[in-house]
Design a protein around this ligand. Sequence first.
Ligand SMILES: Cc1cc2nc3c(=O)[nH]c(=O)nc-3n(C[C@H](O)[C@H](O)[C@H](O)COP(=O)(O)OP(=O)(O)OC[C@H]3O[C@@H](n4cnc5c(N)ncnc54)[C@H](O)[C@@H]3O)c2cc1C
Length: 399
Amino acid sequence: MDLTFTPEEEGFRREVVAFLRDKLPARLSRKVKSGLRLTREDMTEWHAILNERGWLANHWPQEHGGPGWGAVQKFIFENECALAGAPRIVPFGVNMLGPVLIKYGNEAQKQYWLPRILDGSDWWCQGYSEPGAGSDLAAVKTTAVRDGDHYVVNGQKTWTTLGHHANMIFCLVRTDKDARKQSGISFLLVDMNTPGVEVRPIITLDGEHEVNEVFFTDVRVPVQNLVGEENKGWTYAKYLLTYERTNIAGVGFSVAGFERLKRIARSVKRNGKPLIEDPLFAARMARVAIDLENMKTTNLRVIAAVAGGGVPGAESSMLKIRGTEIRQEIFSLTRRAMGPYAQPYVEEALSQEDYAGEPVGPAEAASAASAYFNNRKLSIFGGSNEIQKNIIAKMILGL
Ligand SMILES: Cc1cc2nc3c(=O)[nH]c(=O)nc-3n(C[C@H](O)[C@H](O)[C@H](O)COP(=O)(O)OP(=O)(O)OC[C@H]3O[C@@H](n4cnc5c(N)ncnc54)[C@H](O)[C@@H]3O)c2cc1C
């Protein structure tokens, strides 16, 4: 990225680049850059490499295993990782549950769960949404009823990303049916191997299995798995969402995606000329380039505002909207650049390990369509973009 950093920041950036050059397996970065499917093993392999360097939980305080970075260092790290084609850090344990446990968990929970997030003993997933409780998240109906030293959980979660890989799920559950709806919710950690938990796949528009439904029938959960106080879960849930939204903006992913688009548009021909010289296509690319530059600056402005610590508040909604719009436009243009070669779904192509990385090969064509369809999700999850606009209207504009 052509941003100006202080000499210390530039030194840090070089350290990150050197680490990625030495430690990021070429096999993994090739898969990421070509949009191929990553297996559970691919994702855990990258986590282990980062953990060994002490850079996995880069939002955590040092006393719990974080590297003690400031906001600019996190920004540099995320951007360089995206540019190098590093797999994304699976966010549920490290970026979502970790900060909640650090802030609201008791000592025993921190001692037990945090090291297990770092060393990969547990794969977490997020049990927030339910049929009828998405944007209106406080409408969750899954119940947890106290029975001695257990809660008995009944209900259903949905859209549970990578839940089929997970052994643990953090859930919002209703513990008081009579209270105002935000007041009767608790935050519970559930072992997915407990009898009564059932995971069913949802196959999405791109033909892939990424999300699931999770059903709970008389699932017994020890009371020590309650985080914080009973019926105070809404506070913890909102705290977690701020972390989730800031991560979704993904400026680094847009920069990397735009580089890939330029490479493809230079090699694909339209009317005998490289597509990048087509005036209409070039105009759409220029629009993205301008929006991306603005986004980088806005991102840094928000980072500067929280440089003393903490996470952005309602500004994270702004980043989420613009960041996801830009990413979706890049996916759309990449698919268009492939024209008829962008195939709706080619199962084999997405797992082609030996793909040599030609500028426009069959895997790249298949993944262009798959990525376009898959990433319609960006403007929906983490709170839809319409909901983010409501938050901005209320919290920033005071309407
Ligand atoms: C691919 C994917 C992965 C996901 N992963 C997870 C996960 O791992 N864990 C998890 O808990 N959840 C997950 N989600 C769920 C996600 O958070 C919800 O889909 C999202 O919050 C929207 O809720 P909904 O789908 O129920 O849509 P609804 O809330 O029914 O909304 C439907 C439409 O109405 C609009 N709308 C609703 N209310 C308003 C309003 N007040 N003002 C303006 N417009 C409004 C919305 O913007 C949307 O366009 C995932 C979703 C997707 C698509």
